[in-house]
Design a protein around this ligand. Sequence first.
Ligand code: ADP
Ligand code: MG
Length: 697
Amino acid sequence: MTDARRRSGPRAPLTLDSEITYLKGAGPAVAQRLRTLGLCCVRDLLFHLPLRYEDRRRHTSCARLRPGAEALVRGRIVAVELRLAGRRTLRVVIDDGSGSLLLRFFHFNPAQRESLREGRWLQAYGSVRNGAAGPEMIHPQYRVADDAEVLQPDEHLAPIYSLTTGITQQRLRGLITLALELAAADAALAAPLPGLDGPATLDALRAIHHPKSDAEAEALIERRHPAQTRLIREELLAHQLGMRLLRGRLKARPAQAMREPGEAVSALLGVLPFAPTSAQRRVLDEVARDLAVSRPMLRLVQGDVGSGKTVIAAAALLAAYRDGLQAVMVAPTELLAEQHLRTLSTWFAPLGITPLFLSNRVKKAERTRVLQALAAPRPAIAVGTHALLQDGVEYARLALTVVDEQHRFGVQQRLALRDKGGELAPHQLIMSATPIPRTLAQTLYADLDVSVIDELPPGRTPVTTVALSAQRRAEIVARIGRACAQGRQAYWVCTLIEESEELNAEAAEATAARLRTELPQLQVGLVHGRMKPDQKEAQMRAFKDGTTQLLVATTVIEVGVDVPNASIMVIDNAERLGLSQLHQLRGRVGRGARESQCVLLYQPPLGDMARARLETLRATTDGFAIAQRDLELRGPGELLGRRQTGEIGMKLADPVRDAPLVQMLQPLADRLLAERPALARGLIARWIGDPERYAMV
Ligand code: ADP
Ligand code: MG
């Protein structure tokens, strides 16, 4: 079948633009799978860069294993035990003469069990942990043999690529090797890039995929290889180009200019039960100016949790409504959408405006009514979930979209929103509760205008934060018992203890079970990442309405959800989290009139970095100060910016770590777009494909 297709396929020679199917060893099935990784043509393979490297070039002796590090170990199997009590576990102990190592498997088949026999040799590669009885590895990669000599270390550093089902590292490495061979004939890749020094792109790619020497390998692991530096700059440049191009494209579309957005702001301020902060006032002005222009607003509003972003959204929605237009506000969860509906309904009631609401839970008759209202050329304000973006929903005059907690939405949803506008492009207001320093904002949001609300409304009782050793856990539990007896509510956050969400969920379940026995008088809820969205929502709802008093959660707990009565937060193993994440978690308390406490429980002894993080958190509640400190504290290579990186889809650059480079690249991006547009487009295609892929708006 494959052969037949290939015979009838094009005779044209293979190039980097050929589809991957035409490579030897990649049939349509493989190509289909690779497409889910965004790999379509041969060039894409070149730029599918290793996530990291595994160094299996030498054995580490058991006696020298360091917890937290990855290691290759070879030893003789000295014990095999199948435990059936509790979680079914296969435990295998190997010994290499210097010491022993425990391997634990939760998933295993009979053949695997059979092959792991005492007396055989085993070579394992994995991450070392400090177990109850010495070093251990959970689900390591391994091979077994009867003869130790069969189990040899690798010759080269092994690049590790992101994979998809049915594609192995082996397969991907083979295809990338073929792609590199083809790339040798590509003049553009071999040519130097004006403005960027260092090796040519092709040489850099070769070095990164196939490190040749030990020296290269070390440099790559430490991320100081010139090939990496060179490609990081090229990638950042490509993103700047892509975002500029996208912005240009969006701004080129006509939008509905609103007549008096400033008056809408005044009207809103007239009905609010409080005066705006000066930061809110400034951002309201910025938004009003954008709305008065016949080019679409592309504005990101950043403001810490509780800084009052909803006011900004309300003013924009009102401006559209007063001009006879339609405006929607989309939230990532049902609960948040309902919260917005309540707020906006209260504020708009004196103005005689009733917002519409749409989510998947809205019943058929009401849904029909909402859809009809939106399809009619009448002013409307609609609040809801992504149900507002579905295919069946049509807008007669959509002029503004507000997206709350932007990072929670997928690209497809955001694009759907943009396309609902018809002839005129809707104005876009995007809200984010992740405060990020200015340099980083320039990297991540070069396609947007950024407004910052850097001030909290007055009269908040600040959250008191204490860091306590986990040895004092019992005291905390007792305190929670007393507080809940007085009608307060508390969160207990279990932090990431494992790479695997499965083990995390288990840890949270165990914590909830333990707290239920310790505090039998309380109703204890539980949310974690392995639950279905409606299960999660049900748990959040029960907590919000007070059915449960203590909520045990992994770090997945909903952003933005307001449970004003929750005034205590305990964060287990707080030393493991980054500053920004701790700050986001803490933002969930301190929303009511009551004084709130945040307890950071840590496992002693505390390292210097962890101590500095907890100290910062104790000392300040200012999100921007914390974000700045976070950047300073981050060691190179620390992957705390993962969410941002994932969001924007960078392959090699880390927008957090590499933000300072961007400033230098901006003039270069402007120059290339103006003087070498073809080259600019080539770079974008090389690194990003279609810039719409990461469109924020
Ligand atoms: P964010 O979405 O930025 O986290 P919200 O818009 O939900 O914050 O506002 C948090 C709380 O503060 C809400 O109860 C809101 O009504 C209130 N609030 C907002 N602005 C002010 C202000 N200027 N003065 C007093 N309270 C305010
Ligand atoms: Mg909000």
